[in-house]
Design a protein around this ligand. Structure first.
Ligand SMILES: C[C@@](CO)(OP(=O)(O)O)[C@H](O)COP(=O)(O)OP(=O)(O)OC[C@H]1O[C@@H](n2ccc(N)nc2=O)[C@H](O)[C@@H]1O
Ligand SMILES: Nc1ncnc2c1ncn2[C@@H]1O[C@H](COP(=O)(O)OP(=O)(O)O)[C@@H](O)[C@H]1O
Length: 303
């Protein structure tokens, strides 16, 4: 009987995202406050008869990516089902730890997408993380690894795949420094009410590198503020998010402390976003709305 292993990883929003200057390697150091959302990517790894790792993809019914598809805004062909797919790369990185390459196994990776694609919510990163977890479990179950790789090793393997992949492995609430990969988990004490998020998927996607490029160019022209000298997530924001006080009392302060340096460049590349933000903010149930990461998904916090 063929073995099948399923794993999930969450999409994310950045409640705080301060971006430092462009570095010589093309990346930026950041101060990020990541929050996992309850939209999960699912990767199922199944044994097949053919050598190599094949891939397939479906859309979770009723998910934000299904809404994106209804809007005509998600073209599945933008997700490459080849060796560049983040799920494939995540699986291959873990296989390497067992001294194996994709040609040495007969597997299919099925990706069930739920997080909007190219929406600034880390869906591809979540696929990478879920595939890493599934492969880790598969290799241990089939004796190719004597035991599962420890979580810290998975985190190390995750960074070269993308700045957001380590957080997709960790989940929860966490501060990300370095390029967003150096994580410090922020545990939510028992009884603390978590934020409730909603999302407005956009009719188009935005490329993450293009938004960072627009930020750099705009900073040079004086269009956007210069980078902070000291990249830090405000302690007050963390303290308020983890405080036992009722959420309704904490929401005004939380809202006033949200920040995203990529919002202005995303708006500049996609001016229609301004209207989406304005319409979302008018809803009486919405406390705060903001561009998620590099956009263009608009995230909101409900009361
Ligand atoms: C902006 C954020 C916020 O969480 O995500 P999204 O909102 O796009 O999902 C992340 O920083 C994106 O993470 P991820 O999508 O994994 O980025 P990567 O694949 O590593 O990088 C794509 C490109 O973004 C730019 N990049 C990314 C991260 C970073 N700290 N500095 C950068 O300059 C670089 O140009 C890089 O080549
Ligand atoms: N498994 C994957 N799912 C989605 N996109 C992927 C995947 N692997 C590679 N990509 C590429 O990464 C791009 C953006 O990925 P995604 O994670 O959806 O957006 P964002 O970086 O805005 O959070 C896609 O347009 C696609 O070309």
């Amino acid at each position: 009987m063929s073995v099948s292993v399923k794993a999930t990883a969450p999409g994310k929003v950045n409640l705080y995202f301060a971006v430092g200057p462009l570095k010589s390697d093309g990346y930026h150091d950041v101060a990020s406050l990541y929050a996992a959302v309850d939209i999960l990517e699912t990767v199922t790894l199944t044994e097949t008869d053919a050598p190599g790792i094949s891939q397939s993809m479906s859309v979770a019914p009723g998910s934000p990516v299904a809404q994106q598809m209804e809007l005509g805004a998600f073209d599945p062909s933008v997700v490459p089902l080849d060796h560049t797919n983040l799920a494939y790369r995540g699986a291959a990185a873990v296989l390497g730890e067992a001294g194996l390459s994709p040609a040495d196994v007969c597997l299919n990776l099925h990706i069930e997408k739920a997080v909007p694609v190219a929406g600034g919510m880390g869906g591809g990163s979540a696929d990478a993380a879920a595939a890493m977890k599934a492969m880790n479990s598969y290799l241990a179950q089939t004796g190719r690894l004597s035991q599962e790789l420890p979580h810290n090793r998975l985190l190390q393997l995750a960074t070269p795949l993308g700045a957001d992949v380590p957080f997709a492995l960790l989940g929860g609430l966490a501060v990300g420094q370095g390029i967003g990969d150096r994580l410090q988990a922020i545990p939510l004490p028992e009884g603390v009410e978590p934020l409730r998020f909603g999302f407005v998927p956009s009719v188009s996607g935005l490329s993450t590198p293009a938004v960072f490029r627009e930020l750099d160019a705009g900073r040079e022209r004086g269009r956007y503020p210069s980078p902070d000298e000291n990249l830090q997530v405000p302690q007050q924001l963390i303290a308020t998010l983890t405080s036992p006080a009722p959420l309704t009392e904490r929401l005004p302060l939380i809202s006033s402390l949200l920040r995203n340096d990529l919002a202005a460049p995303a708006l500049s590349l996609l001016p229609d976003l301004e209207q989406t933000l304005a319409v979302t903010a008018e809803d009486p149930g919405v406390t705060a709305c903001f561009v998620s990461g590099s956009g263009p998904t608009v995230a909101y916090i409900s009361q």
